[in-house]
Design a protein around this ligand. Sequence first.
Ligand SMILES: [Zn+2]
Ligand SMILES: [Zn+2]
Length: 202
Amino acid sequence: METLLKSVFLPCQNAKYGCTETVAFGKEPTHEKDCTFAEYCCCPVQYCNYAGSYIDLYLHYVSSNHMTVSEQIRDELCIGISCGIKMNISDKILIQRATFVQRATVERLLFAVQCFKEPFGVYVTVSCIAPSIQEVGPFSYRLIYTVDGQTIIYKSSEMKKIREVSLQTPQDNYMLIPHSLLCGESLEMRLCIKMLNIEHHS
Ligand SMILES: [Zn+2]
Ligand SMILES: [Zn+2]
């Protein structure tokens, strides 16, 4: 049995990000520890197969024909400053570019604002498209939705970092807009992304 398992080769768990290595069964930790694709992210645009580091992904996104005209006009969001966002529920996803200064360098990132139509209402969640590394963030976000003088304010805990956009309804970290407070197909909100201040104890 042992010899049989040893001869089994599996694709690296980063295969969908472009790694072509195969790893012998039982040896995954050795390769995946220094796999160059471990921090790669997938382009959030449907039917685009691009994968790259989060820095390259940003450049890919702005230099490909991915942005709609309204998105090209819309400014990058500045971390800490709220901005208005508008999407249709049927769009399901809105990519928000953002710029910020972290450790004295200007960083640029893509954030995914996603909405999910569910029996109770519409769930809205924001994620950062980046690997889970110390160099990025951590962030939190605040969403404000107003309709007919009623306001829903959602303050997140730590924002999720995702290497690829998932179409699964989130289980946590979302704002719920009940159907009674929806106004047609359009969602107009204010979004503010903040850097979370984590105290470093050494
Ligand atoms: Zn690999
Ligand atoms: Zn792309």
